[in-house]
Design a protein around this ligand. Structure first.
Ligand SMILES: *[C@@H]1O[C@H](CO)[C@@H](O)[C@H](O)[C@H]1NC(C)=O
Ligand SMILES: *[C@@H]1O[C@H](CO)[C@@H](O)[C@H](O)[C@H]1NC(C)=O
Length: 503
């Protein structure tokens, strides 16, 4: 990557969280949320990206995070002027972050470098680790980490520095890395902080019922490779779920305060989540412009028909991090299987998705020209492509120039949850970072992307009475599901149901 500095003068205004007013209209006493479902991005309150990002201050996870493996953790990072940081990573034995296993205390230095040339809208940074320490919260956690270290030769030397499990002392901190002592056991653990090498800070205003809007600041850090063996080498090009400023976070956020008050000896124990049975029927939408590694910007809208287990989805692709300059749109449809409980990720559901039909709409000149010059048999057959006109590519088994192959099968991991505002969220499996597709059971994801938001549960099935709503899904005062969505933080997501393999 060329090392030229780009001038940092501008403040980008992006589109993010919707305003409540634009999300729906009342017709004949019923709420209609269609406009939001069809057009996820227009009508949103502005999101501002701070360039260069200002990192000073404390930042926390907004809930229990899942990394590939799976690993369950919460994060609490504090940045100090001019370049120092102290990061806590709290690891858990359970997917709700209620049983602390061990905590890492990470200290080091971070320097912002330049605007990323790969991920538009992000800033690249260099970091150095000064110290990494670990505190075990149970004997079992110590044993597990020692076993993991024991798997490699370098790790065995490190494992010997830990006490035997029977000599576990609650509260003792063991050093995994010390720059001064030139000791480093992080490699043997597969640990890295490469997430700090890609940074983005965003702000938006969260509308408040009967109060002034609330400032929300989000810190996006680089994504974690889905293959553990690759983690140490991978330089992120996408993001994880954002941390939020401990001072300016979306409300309510029960986890934020708990995490901000914790340290390596007092790991946060999160409140039990409101898990929802997996009821996919309805329409689900990206709450913002999504970024995925290898850098696609897109928004998604899915409709699931529960009674015949069919689905359809729109993938709107863009060339910019604000999702304002469309490049092409893909419509895809197919079926999915009845779910079975996941053996690997507690509380999740395994599903298999089929993509059997696809349509493509070029939305800019470049894509239109690219499709016009491609071999007709590779995408859509004979006939002209024109800007803004949709064509069916099912008969040509997809569209090779766009990496769409049909029919296609994906092994999926789904979970539904309710956020503190009562909003239904759908978590879909994280895509393999290498750009491949989870087309075998072995490649089924073990972690999630940031969630989609339920925007139209009523659409699920008009021919039958609607299923009873889960108890806790009581509407807040004066809002349907989408109204509550208005107060969701702006999330950058990665592609879900990605049957695209970029060429
Ligand atoms: C690590 O390996 C050594 C021998 O290779 C063994 O004695 C020790 O018990 C192992 N430790 C753990 C925690 O598995
Ligand atoms: C499933 O049902 C929905 C309506 O509920 C319908 O629009 C859709 O075409 C059906 N899909 C299939 C594949 O039968």
């Amino acid at each position: 990557m060329p090392a030229a500095m780009l001038p940092y003068a501008c403040v980008l205004v992006l589109l993010g969280a919707r305003t409540a007013e634009a999300a729906g209209t009342v017709r004949a006493g019923r709420l209609h949320w269609e406009p939001h479902c069809q057009q996820p991005l227009p009508h949103r309150a502005p999101v501002t990206a701070l360039l260069p990002p200002r990192l000073e201050g404390p930042w926390t996870s907004t809930g229990c995070e899942v990394r590939p493996g799976p690993e369950f953790l919460t994060r609490f990072y504090t940045f100090y002027r001019p370049h120092l940081f102290r990061a806590h990573q709290f690891y858990y034995a359970d997917p709700s972050c209620r049983e602390p296993a061990h905590s890492l205390l990470i200290k080091g230095k971070l320097r912002l470098r330049r605007a990323s040339w790969v991920t538009r809208g992000a800033t690249e940074a260099d970091y150095q680790l000064h110290k990494v320490g670990v505190v075990f919260h149970s004997r079992r956690a110590l044993l597990q980490l020692a076993r993991r270290l024991n798997q490699t030769r370098a790790g065995r030397a490190c494992a010997r520095q830990l006490p035997p499990a029977r000599a576990w002392l609650p509260g003792a901190l063991y050093e995994l890395l010390s720059a001064r002592a030139e000791r480093d056991c992080t490699a043997a653990l597969g640990f890295s902080m490469h997430e700090l090498s890609l940074v983005r800070v965003q702000r938006h205003l969260q509308p408040q019922p009967r109060a002034r809007p609330q400032l929300v600041e989000e810190l996006y850090l680089g994504d974690i490779h889905t293959e553990r063996a690759e983690r140490r080498h991978y330089r992120p090009t996408g993001y994880q779920r954002p941390l939020q400023s401990a001072l300016h976070h979306a409300r309510p956020c029960p986890a934020c305060g708990l995490i901000a008050r914790s340290d390596e000896h007092h790991p946060p124990v999160l409140p039990p989540p409101v898990a929802l049975p997996l009821r996919l029927g309805g329409r689900w939408v990206s709450p913002g412009c999504e970024v995925r590694p290898a850098v696609l910007f897109l928004t998604r809208l899915f409709t699931f028909h529960g009674h015949n287990r069919s689905w359809e989805g729109y993938y709107h692709h863009f060339s910019d991090p604000a999702c304002q300059q469309p490049t092409f749109t893909i419509y895809a449809a197919g079926h999915y299987t009845r779910g079975t409980p996941s053996a690997k990720v507690r509380g999740a559901t395994d599903l298999v998705f089929q993509v059997t039909r696809a349509h493509v709409t070029p939305m800019d000149q470049v894509t239109t020209a690219m499709l016009s010059f491609s071999e007709p048999s590779s995408c859509g057959g004979p006939g002209a492509w024109s800007l803004g006109t949709e064509r069916d590519v099912t008969a040509t088994n997809g569209c090779l120039p766009l990496g769409i192959r049909l029919p296609h099968v994906e092994y999926e991991l789904f979970k539904m949850e309710q956020d503190p505002l009562g909003q239904s969220l759908l978590f879909i499996g994280q895509r393999p970072t290498d750009g491949s597709s989870p087309d075998t059971p072995q490649k089924r994801p073990t972690s999630y992307q940031a969630p989609l938001v339920l925007c139209d549960a009523e659409a699920r099935d008009f021919s039958r009475p609607p299923p009873p709503r889960p108890q806790l899904q009581k509407p807040l005062s004066g809002g349907g599901p989408c109204r509550r969505g208005a107060t969701l933080p702006f999330l950058l997501l990665v592609l879900g149901l990605a049957f695209l393999e970029r060429l």
